[in-house]
Ligand binder design. Structure first.
Ligand SMILES: Nc1ncnc2c1ncn2[C@@H]1O[C@H](COP(=O)(O)OP(=O)(O)OP(=O)(O)O)[C@@H](O)[C@H]1O
Length: 236
């Protein structure tokens, strides 16, 4: 297996507030990493660093990817509740190709075909001409997923993408991610809810400003770190 991300001795502070301390880990191609940890433990900060949104860190980060287009990002919340928000599903998803456009900004027929393909794959093809504000929370999150996937990224990073969804829709969303993962998309998913993601992930990264645990969920389940943080061992 190839390492697609290598983080070596990462340290980061917001002013005097030390948020990430001596973090080192490797993500292999095809991994599905769940990042968990308490509130304020640095999960979003770590993601922002991986996305290149924060660069004032210490340490080394190597991403074995062609360019920034190789990383897709899905944020926490749905797009909007404004029914008059002036953009359709198709228009929002195609902007996921914007950074690939050089010179002319017009989209080609192939670009629109790619949008159709990804919308169908995520089972929202029939919504393509709908205004985004008219969709449910779960549908809106699928649109954001489609926008992130339309440029065929090799890594998909999601920051609590299901926090606004009800449990059934959340489960469907996780299943969809697993299907993408099986097609060799490396996934990094921040979640508060370790128990709802454990059956999908291949590795768990437990953060509490320092790296508490990194490895398989099976090992985490039986680890002393697990007992320390949760006060119990999860039974089979
Ligand atoms: N832009 C910022 N400026 C200053 N401090 C920040 C900033 N963003 C986050 N912090 C602080 O950094 C720490 C880590 O925040 P971060 O958002 O990375 O944690 P998190 O694990 O994602 O939290 P949560 O689970 O609550 O979303 C917190 O103490 C937070 O208050």
């Amino acid at each position: 297996m190839n390492n697609i991300i290598t983080v070596d001795n990462l340290n980061f502070k917001y002013g005097r507030n030390e948020v990430l301390k001596n973090i080192s880990f490797e993500v292999e191609e095809g991994d599905y990493v769940g990042i968990v940890g308490p509130n304020g433990s640095g999960k979003t900060t770590l993601i922002k660093i991986l996305l290149g949104l924060i660069n004032s860190y210490e340490g080394q980060i190597h991403q074995n990817i062609a360019d920034r287009n190789s990383i897709g990002y899905v944020p926490q919340k749905g797009v909007t509740n404004d029914r008059l928000f002036p953009a359709t599903v198709k228009e929002i998803v195609i902007t996921g190709l914007l950074s690939k456009k050089r010179g002319t900004k017009f989209y080609s027929k192939e670009d629109y075909n790619r949008v159709d393909t990804i919308l169908n794959k995520l089972k929202i093809g029939d919504l393509k001409d709908k205004k985004i504000g008219n969709l449910s929370g779960g549908q809106q999150q699928r649109v954001l997923l489609a926008r992130a996937m339309v440029s065929s990224p090799s890594i998909l990073i999601l920051d609590e993408p299901t926090s606004a969804l009800d449990p059934e829709i959340r489960e469907e969303f996780y299943k969809l991610l697993k299907e993408l993962n099986k097609e060799n998309v490396t996934i990094i998913l921040v979640s508060h809810d370790i128990l709802s993601i454990e059956k999908y992930i291949s590795k768990i990264l437990y953060l509490d400003k320092k790296l508490v645990f990194y490895g398989s969920y099976e090992d985490f389940r039986h680890s002393k770190e697990m007992v320390k943080y949760f006060g119990f061992i999860i039974k089979d």
